[in-house]
Every structure is written in C-alpha cells, then in structure tokens.
Design a protein around this ligand. Structure first.
Ligand code: TYM
Length: 342
C-alpha cells in the first residue's frame, strides 16, 4: 500500500481552511492509502508559546482529526513529540542543508517579520522538522494546503541531497544496503479548497493566528457564530455572483467555500448562484457551512468526553509510527557513518 502522512500545528484556532485544505482530503485518502496523521506539537514552539495552551491544543487537534472522520482503525494518529526520531532526524538534516535554502522560505520571512527581535532559531529550521516528519515514513503523498507547497519542495530537495551525499554505491561499499535512503514524496494539493481566504479580506489567507476572529470560521464555532460571521463578512457592490473575477476576491472565495461544503461542482454552483445578490447568497452559504460542520462538532463532543479512548488511540499510533520512523532513522545513522550501539 502506498503511504500518506500529514499534520496540523496545535496553535491558535483550527479553522475551515485547515479542514478544507487538508483534513477533509486525508479522510478521502485513508480508504486507499496507509495513513499516518500527526499533531505537530514540536512545530508549535517555533513561536513563543504557553505550555498550558499547548497541552490542551494538542489533545484538541487529535480529537478534531477523529471528529472529522479520520478512523484510527484504518490509519494511525499520533503526537509528533511522542516519537523521538522526528527531533533527531531534524538535527541530522540541519547539518546537511544549506542555510540559503531556509532563508528563501516565504513563511519564515513572513513569520520572522511579525516576530521581530524575538525570532528563534527554530523558526528558520522549522521546514527541516517538517521534512523529517515526512521522510521518516518513506511516504508517497503529502496532502496539504497551498501554503505548504514550498516546504514540500524543500523536503524533496533535502531528500535528494541526502540520497546523493550518503546513499547509493558509497553506502554499499561501507557495508550498507546501498540505494536510496529516503523516498522522495509528492505534495497533494486539492483543486478546490487549497487556499481558503479570510472573511474580512479576500486577498489574505484564512489564518489561525489572525487577531480578528471575524476573519475565520473555526471548526468548533457555534451555529450563531457562523451565521453572524457570514452576515458580517466582506462583500462588494457588484450585481450577481461569480467565480474568478479578479476584482471580486471575496466572491470567489465564498463561492469556493460553498462549493466544497455543499459537495457540488463548480459549474453547478456558478449556475445556481449567478442571479443571486449577496443578501440571498449569504444565508445559503451560512446554512451549508453549519450543516457540514454540525456532525463533526457532535462527534468532537463525544471524543473529548472519552479521554481514555483518545489516549489509547494516540498510544497505539505512536507505537506504530515509532517502528517505521526508527527503521528509517537507523538507516540514516548508518549511511552517515555513526557508530552502531551494541
Ligand atoms: P498548519 O498547521 O499551518 O496548517 C495545517 C494544514 O492546513 C492547511 N491550511 C490551509 N488550507 C487552505 N486554506 C487555508 N487558508 C489554510 N491554512 C492552512 C495547511 O496547508 C496545512 O496543510 N507546517 C505545517 C504542518 C506540518 C506538516 C508536516 C504538514 C508539519 N509537519 C508534515 C504535512 C506534513 C503547518 O504549519 O500547517
């Protein structure tokens, strides 16, 4: 079976963009692929964090995975920090990756600008922790939103570089199996939903850390909150509703959200809404979002009410992940020339 891995950071508030750009695609892939989904808590400390919030958010994201339909009997769910190999491989990759590759990362530049003087080293090397998350599992596909595209390209470059520097014939000469150390994975970026934009600015991405809660629909927002946010969201003064008019980013974004939550095709949506005005479209959209999220929210309530179940899922997940990750890490150590422990 081919393998899929992906994860979400337990920071801020998980929103419709995370769900539509990533998690909903994981659910679709779990029937066909071997899957491992992690909560990337080590990534969550690359910006200043509150320990109490981190531990709560880590459980919350794990419960959200299950609530969204990730089935622990089909794939594995685990917490990144529970599998020590992630941090260890990151160190090895840190030492073989040119700093110029990391300096080019758009997310680093954006986040560093916001963090100002306090920017930690981890924010720069963050993509190598992500590369470790992926490469440890020798996976085929990584389903993510559009904003992770560059990190996936870096991951592929790092994999090639390590394979080239330490794999192949020279590894064989030193008594290793030779060949490839890491499988080079592909990004899976969905055609719709990969870039959900803010409700208050159709040119900015919906984000967990945006100060205004009005800019996003959180996965666990109540019916009233969702209705209110859609009522108040930014619109324009054009007549009718349409996709892809560059002067109407908000319209394209909201129609896109409607398309994915309603499960309709783009053509059908375009036809359905073309003669509507904002006052007619907004309640339709709000209702479609509420209807889509309400079973997830119900299931979330059930999962958090049973911490023993959740702990069991995470324990089994970490045990299975550890087996795969340690096998890769052993190979990397061997290829790079570390003396085996006897
Ligand atoms: P994170 O936690 O910022 O986001 C989780 C997932 O949600 C997607 N996403 C979006 N998709 C559509 N529209 C949006 N507005 C939107 N905002 C976020 C992200 O692309 C992502 O797929 N570094 C990653 C987490 C990570 C990871 C990994 C992912 C760590 N290791 C290994 C895959 C494989 C991150 O911070 O995602």
């Amino acid at each position: 079976k081919k393998r899929v891995v992906s994860g979400v950071q337990p920071t801020g508030s998980i929103h419709l963009g995370n769900y539509l750009g990533a998690i909903t695609n994981w659910v679709a892939l779990q029937d066909v692929y071997d899957t491992l989904f992690f909560v990337v808590d080590l990534h969550a400390i690359t910006l200043p964090h509150d320990p109490k919030e981190l531990i709560e958010a880590t459980r919350k994201i794990a419960a959200v995975y299950i609530a969204c339909g990730i089935d622990p009997s089909k794939g594995s769910i685990f917490v990144q920090s529970h599998v020590g190999a992630h941090a260890e491989l990151t160190w090895l990759l840190n030492c073989v990756t040119p700093i110029s590759w990391l300096n080019k990362m758009i997310q680093f530049k954006e986040k560093a600008r916001k963090a100002g003087e306090d920017v930690g080293t981890g924010l720069l090397t963050y993509p190598l922790l992500m590369a470790s998350d992926i490469l440890l599992y020798q996976c085929d596909l990584v389903p993510v939103g559009d904003d992770q595209r560059q990190h996936l390209e870096l991951t592929r470059d790092v994999a090639d570089r390590v394979n080239h520097l330490f794999g192949g014939k020279q590894w064989k000469k030193r008594g290793g199996p030779g060949g490839r150390i890491f499988k080079v994975p592909e990004a899976f970026i969905p055609p719709a939903g990969a870039r959900i934009m803010s409700l208050t600015d159709g040119t900015a991405k919906m984000s967990k850390s945006a100060p205004s809660d009005q800019s996003r629909i959180n996965l666990l927002d109540t019916r009233d909150e969702i209705a209110k946010k859609i009522t108040r969201c930014k619109t324009d003064s054009f007549i009718g509703m349409e996709f892809d008019n560059p002067e109407r980013p908000e319209c394209t974004n909201l129609l896109g959200i409607y398309q994915v939550v309603s499960g309709k095709s783009k053509e059908d949506v375009a036809e359905e809404v073309k003669a509507m005005n904002w006052g007619q479209f907004k309640p339709l959209l709000a209702e479609a979002i509420i209807e889509h999220l309400s079973p997830i929210q119900k299931r979330y309530g059930e999962v958090v009410a049973d911490p023993v179940y959740l702990d069991g899922v995470l324990k089994a997940g970490a045990e299975r992940a550890e087996g795969i990750a340690n096998a890769t890490l052993d190979n990397v150590r061997n290829a790079m020339g570390f003396l085996p422990r006897h």
